[in-house]
Design a protein around this ligand. Structure first.
Ligand SMILES: [Fe+2]
Length: 402
């Protein structure tokens, strides 16, 4: 079996430093001091603020003599105007160290604003597939995730909605945080729905990054490890939220898939997930989860061997199965997990109208960033295939409802 192209060459991006451990948030003061910063800005949102964690971080910084301000205006799925607002606040306030504390949106806002504060011109010009590349590194940025799923704590991308409201991405080595402090106790207070959707986002990264043109021996090994951890821990994390060992394993699974996803990319589930999520304001993990089983099915004809390995990582006994049967069993195992954690499985459940599908198919093959994602996939995407894909995940119409 060939899990990646023979004699594959590759480039690996690794974050500069990760500290992973129970109660490691306590290290923030000492670690921040090593940067020699004069003014620290903690970037977070109102929801995280309510938990008291930003204040705890500010106090830990103060214990080391560091002056810090908490800025809790981060938006869920941030827009370019809110990122520009943060950039202006950083520049006006003379901050020289950022801490992105929260879920993917808080961390992505901090990562993007840190680099934009050192690079002039229209911020939209720097989007992936855009006119310019960042010329200078940003101010140092530390991430502390309070959820387990996005991988934003280490990745080199930051998702931001452009002026039209469609998601775009900054993707550059300068976007990578300088330090990630991953403390599994931080995600212990995540509500079940968020645990489920962020866990499925992580699963989607792990599986998609196993199925791209850029999958290599290292990313594939990491992705399988992540898939194994998620499939054996996500149900418990949702239904036994106080089980710390499960939170530890989900935080570890997220970190592991993030290495894989950052280096091998995502494919159809994130391509369609980002599109649907942007247009209908559906939480990211839910939107990707709806597309994930069909994205796997869509790839069976070209990567059944990798999908068979995924089935085994998910605990399926594939003895006696053909490769194609084993690949199909991976699709079933993923669909079952998504259902078990209580997430929607079709577009109609989240309010997408059938008559919107042709327009969505058109957008899927014309929006630059989504095109970039499809270009990582082994199969080419066309408008016709995109429409078929969307019809497939739309779900069966209920004949009793007119
Ligand atoms: Fe994602």
């Amino acid at each position: 079996m060939a899990f990646y192209e023979p004699l594959r060459s590759f480039e690996l991006h690794m974050p500069s430093r990760v500290l992973f451990g129970i109660n490691y948030v306590e290290k923030i003061g000492v670690e921040a001091k090593r940067f020699g910063a004069a003014k620290v800005l903690v970037v977070t949102d109102k929801g995280v603020s309510k938990t008291g964690t930003p204040e705890r971080v500010r106090a830990l910084l103060a214990n080391e003599g560091l002056s810090a301000e908490v800025w809790d205006n981060a938006e869920t799925e941030p827009s370019i105007s809110s990122v520009v607002g943060l950039r202006d606040h950083i520049m006006k306030g003379g901050f020289d160290l950022l801490i992105g504390l929260g879920g993917g949106s808080c961390m992505d806002m901090a990562k993007a604003a840190a680099v934009l504060s050192r690079n002039e011109g229209d911020p939209e010009d720097y989007f992936s597939g855009g006119k310019r590349e960042f010329a200078k590194p940003g101010i140092p940025c530390i991430t502390i995730p309070t959820t387990a799923g996005t991988g934003a704590e280490i990745t080199w991308d930051a998702v931001v909605k452009d002026k039209t409201g469609i998601k775009a991405v900054y993707e550059h080595t300068y976007i990578m945080p300088t330090l990630a402090i991953v403390d599994p106790t931080m995600s212990a207070s995540m509500p079940p729905r968020l645990t489920a959707s962020s866990g499925i986002d992580a699963l989607s990264h792990a599986i998609e990054s196993s199925l791209t043109k850029f999958t290599n021996p290292i990313t594939f090994a990491l992705a399988l490890q992540s898939i194994q951890l998620i499939s054996s821990n996500l149900r418990k994390a949702v239904y036994q939220p106080n089980n710390l060992e499960t939170r530890y394993n989900m935080a570890l699974a997220t970190l592991t898939e993030a290495f894989s996803e950052m280096n091998a990319g995502d494919i159809e589930a994130h391509g369609f997930g980002h599109l649907i999520g942007s247009v209908y304001r559906i939480p990211h993990g839910i939107a990707c989860g709806i597309a994930l089983p069909h994205a796997m099915e869509h790839n069976i004809l070209v990567t059944s061997d990798r999908l068979a390995a995924i089935a085994e990582a998910m605990g399926v006994d594939t003895t006696g199965m053909t490769l194609k049967q084993a690949a199909n069993s991976a699709v079933d195992a993923v669909a079952e997990l998504i259902e078990d954690v209580g997430l929607p499985t079709t577009l109609q459940e989240v309010g997408v109208r059938r008559e919107d599908l042709p327009k969505l198919a058109e957008q899927a093959v014309t929006i630059p960033w989504i095109k970039v994602m499809f270009s990582y996939a082994i199969r080419d995407m066309t408008k016709e295939l995109a429409l078929e894909f969307l019809e497939e995940i739309y779900g069966e119409e209920n004949p009793l409802v007119s």
